[in-house]
Design a protein around this ligand. Structure first.
Ligand code: 1CP
Length: 378
C-alpha cells in the first residue's frame, strides 16, 4: 500500500506532500514498556544501532560527507532501516546527529575523518554568543530531519515505533565551546565556573530550540523521544543540579504541555551518561523512562527510582566482545536485575564500530528469550 512512498522518486522531490496517515503500528512493546504496562517480552534496541559495525552502513556512507548524509531524508531513512532488516529490534532510532542543533543556531560543524565532529570556530568567550541565531526557524533549519522522520515512518511500515532524539543542552554546550570531543571538557567547564550567567543564557537558548525541535519531530511522526546528555558525568552532582537538570526538566515539561493540547502522549527518555548521582532526581523529571549506563547496578537503580519510571539499559557495550553463550548469561542476569515490567533492554552506551553484528543479534535474541520465559513464570 505504501510502495508509492517507498519507491517513487516523486516522493523525494516533493516531500512536503507526504501524507501523515502512517501505517498501523504492529509491535508496540517498546511503547508499552515505556509506560510501565505489561508486555509479552522485554523490548530491546541499541544506541547507535545504525552505525559502522554494519558493513551495509559503511557501504552506504562510503565517500559521502557525514552531515550531507544527515541532510538527505532518503539516506537517513535507509540507514535507520538497515539494522531492522537484520535484527528483531523493538524500536528504530532515526539516523541523524545531536550536532545538527548547533548548526541550526548558526555554527559550522564538520565531520573530520579519524577525529570526529569538529567546530572550526567554537565559542570562546561570552561575547561569542552574539554569533548565534537568537530566533531559530526550526522548520527551515531542521526541516530535513522532519522529512527523514516522515519518510522513515512510512517505510518502516508500522513494524516498530520510531524514536526521535536530541542532545541535551549541557552536552551541546560542551561541544560548542570545546569545538569537538574532549577528555576533560575543561574549556566548557571553565565557562560554568567563570561565566555562570552566560552559561545559563546559552543553556536557555539551546533549551528553546530543543523544545521546538522535539515538537517538530513528533509532528513529523516520531513516536518516542530520547534526550542524550552524553557528557553529564563530567559535571558532578552540584553542577549537574545547576546546569543540566533544570533544563532537562524544562524540556520534558514544555514538550509534554504542548503535546497535551493536541491529546498526544509521546514517551520521553532521558539518558544522562555517568550521572548515577542524579538517578533520584532524574526519576522525578517528567520523563517516563530513565536510560542508564553500565556503571549502575540494575537492582539498586530500581530501588533508587522507586517504581516512578521505566528503566532502559544498561549492558556494558564491551560485553558484546564475549562469546555468544556468555552474552546470553549476562543478559539473563541483567533482565533478572531489572525485572521484566517497565524495562527496555539496551546497552549502557552506543555500539562500537568493531563489534560483530552476530553478537548484536545474540544480544537481541537473549533479551527476547529470557524475558519471555520470565514473564511466563510470573
Ligand atoms: O561517519 C560516521 O558514521 C560517524 C559515526 C557517527 C554516527 C553513526 C556519528 C558521528 N554520529 C552518528 C549517528 C548518531 N549520532 C546517531 C544515530 C542513530 C543511532 O543511534 O543508531 C545518534 C543517536 C547520535 C547521537 C550522538 N552524536 C551523540 C549522543 C549519543 C552518544 O554517543 O553519547 C553524541 C555525543 C554525538 C556526537 C558524535 N557524532 C559522531 C561522533 C563520533 C560523536 C562523538 C564525538 C565525541 O564526543 O568524541
Amino acid at each position: 500500500m505504501y510502495n508509492y512512498y517507498l519507491q517513487s522518486n516523486t516522493c523525494a522531490e516533493d516531500p512536503d506532500t507526504w501524507p501523515k496517515d502512517f501505517p498501523t503500528l504492529q509491535n508496540d512493546t517498546f511503547l508499552r514498556a515505556a509506560r510501565g504496562e505489561e508486555t509479552e517480552h522485554v523490548p530491546v534496541w541499541c544506541m547507535r544501532q545504525a552505525g559502522r559495525y554494519l558493513p551495509e552502513f559503511r557501504e552506504s556512507r562510503a565517500g559521502k560527507d557525514f552531515f550531507d548524509t544527515c541532510r538527505s531524508p532518503e539516506s537517513c531513512c535507509e540507514l535507520t532501516l538497515q539494522p531492522l532488516r537484520r535484527f528483531p529490534f523493538d524500536a528504530a532510532i532515526i539516523f541523524s546527529d545531536i550536532l545538527v542543533v548547533p548548526q541550526a543556531m548558526g555554527m559550522d560543524v564538520l565531520m573530520v575523518a579519524g577525529k570526529g565532529p569538529t567546530f572550526p570556530d567554537p565559542l570562546k568567550e561570552p561575547e561569542d554568543l552574539q554569533r548565534l541565531r537568537t530566533a531559530v526557524d526550526v522548520e527551515k533549519e531542521l526541516g530535513y530531519v522532519f522529512k527523514a522522520i516522515t519518510l522513515t515512518r512510512h517505510k518502516i511500515e508500522g513494524k516498530v515505533p520510531l524514536i526521535g532524539f536530541t542532545g541535551a543542552p549541557w552536552t551541546l554546550m560542551a561541544y560548542m565551546i570545546e569545538g569537538g570531543g574532549s577528555n576533560t571538557y575543561s574549556k566548557a567547564k571553565r565557562w560554568l565556573y567563570r561565566h555562570p550567567e552566560a552559561s545559563h543564557m546559552l543553556l536557555r537558548m539551546l533549551t528553546d530550540v530543543i523544545v521546538e525541535y522535539l515538537l517538530g519531530q513528533v509532528a513529523a511522526g516520531a513516536q518516542a523521544l530520547q534526550v542524550f546528555d552524553s557528557h553529564a558525568g563530567i559535571l558532578g552532582p552540584v553542577q549537574f543540579k545547576d546546569f543540566s537538570l533544570p533544563y532537562l526538566r524544562d524540556i520534558a515539561r514544555r514538550v509534554k504541555d504542548k503535546l497535551k493540547e493536541t491529546g498526544q502522549d509521546v514517551p520521553m527518555i532521558v539518558f544522562a551518561k555517568d550521572a548515577h548521582y542524579a538517578l533520584e532526581d532524574l526519576s522525578q523529571s517528567h520523563y517516563e523512562v530513565v536510560g542508564l549506563d553500565w556503571t549502575i547496578d540494575p537492582r539498586s537503580a530500581r530501588e533508587r527510582t522507586g517504581g516512578k519510571v521505566s528503566l532502559q539499559g544498561n549492558m556494558d557495550p564491551c560485553a558484546l566482545y564475549s562469546p555468544k553463550d556468555r552474552i546470553s548469561e549476562i543478559v539473563q542476569k541483567m533482565v533478572e536485575g531489572f525485572g521484566t515490567r517497565g524495562y527496555i533492554a539496551n546497552l549502557g552506551h552506543g555500539l562500537y564500530p568493531d563489534m560483530d553484528p552476530e553478537n548484536v543479534g545474540a544480544f537481541v535474541e537473549a533479551v527476547h528469550q529470557h524475558s519471555k520465559l520470565m514473564i511466563k513464570q510470573i
